[in-house]
Write a protein that binds this ligand. Structure first.
Ligand code: BG6
Ligand code: MG
Length: 211
């Protein structure tokens, strides 16, 4: 086997919560009268909540205080959590579920490497709370992607060296993080054509041909 483990990003890879991030930020941006669209949203993939907010506020004519920014981040997160609350095991696609079980049967170590502080909640909603050997997420890191910290933490949690793990990402910041950490990366979604990624996936199931 080429790899001993796989580290998956969560939002936009395991499930489509990237869409909910967009909707929640869009609601905030509209309320504040700040231009924001799906293309700009791609810049937020993989980066932390506060960094995402700062990217959105670059288009604002008003300079907000730190206190106001914290309130905006909380407002977005509340909207986002309302969307997450509606999720269920039906939000885990068959394609993803089947591939994950296949990798587990093959004896690969499987981990999550996500910048999100909501990762444990999402995993619980889609029925994967106890599935992964390790969950490295926004609650346990200081630097979000493109810094490699979350992937290095995940690899450490499953006792594997970066060279033995494949990272799966939909964000350019995530591909950059993986490469910086010494991991091979399979890119999909927005990052699909990233020149830094070793593999380019049309969809999640294409991983079955790689690992
Ligand atoms: C990443 C998303 O997974 O998590 C980013 O791609 C998001 O868009 C980041 O900003 C932080 O998420 P949360 O749930 O902690 O606000
Ligand atoms: Mg993602």
């Amino acid at each position: 086997m080429k790899y001993k483990g796989i580290i998956f990003d969560l939002d936009g890879v395991i499930c489509s919560t990237d869409e909910y991030h967009y909707q929640a930020w869009k609601a905030l941006a509209d309320r504040l009268g700040i231009p924001f669209d799906r293309e700009r949203n791609n810049l937020l993939r993989g980066v932390s909540r506060m960094e995402s907010l700062n990217i959105i506020l670059e288009k604002s004519e008003i300079a907000y205080t730190e206190e106001e920014k914290l309130a905006f981040a909380e407002e977005k997160n509340n909207t986002y959590r309302q969307l997450l609350a509606r999720m269920s095991t039906a939000d885990l696609s068959e394609e993803v579920e089947n591939a994950l079980h296949h990798f587990k049967r093959k004896g690969l170590k499987l981990a999550i490497g996500s910048s999100s502080k909501n990762a444990p909640y999402i995993l619980e909603k889609i029925g994967l709370a106890d599935f992964f050997q390790a969950v490295a997420d926004g609650n346990g890191i200081t630097h979000s992607k493109p810094h490699p910290e979350v992937f290095l933490l995940a690899a450490d949690m499953i006792s594997l060296a970066p060279k033995d793990c494949l990272v799966v990402e939909d964000a350019h910041a995530g591909v950059e993080a993986a490469v910086a950490g010494g991991f091979d990366c399979a890119a999909m979604g927005d990052a699909k054509s990233s020149p830094e990624a070793k593999y380019h996936l049309e969809s999640f199931g294409d991983l079955l041909d790689i690992v």
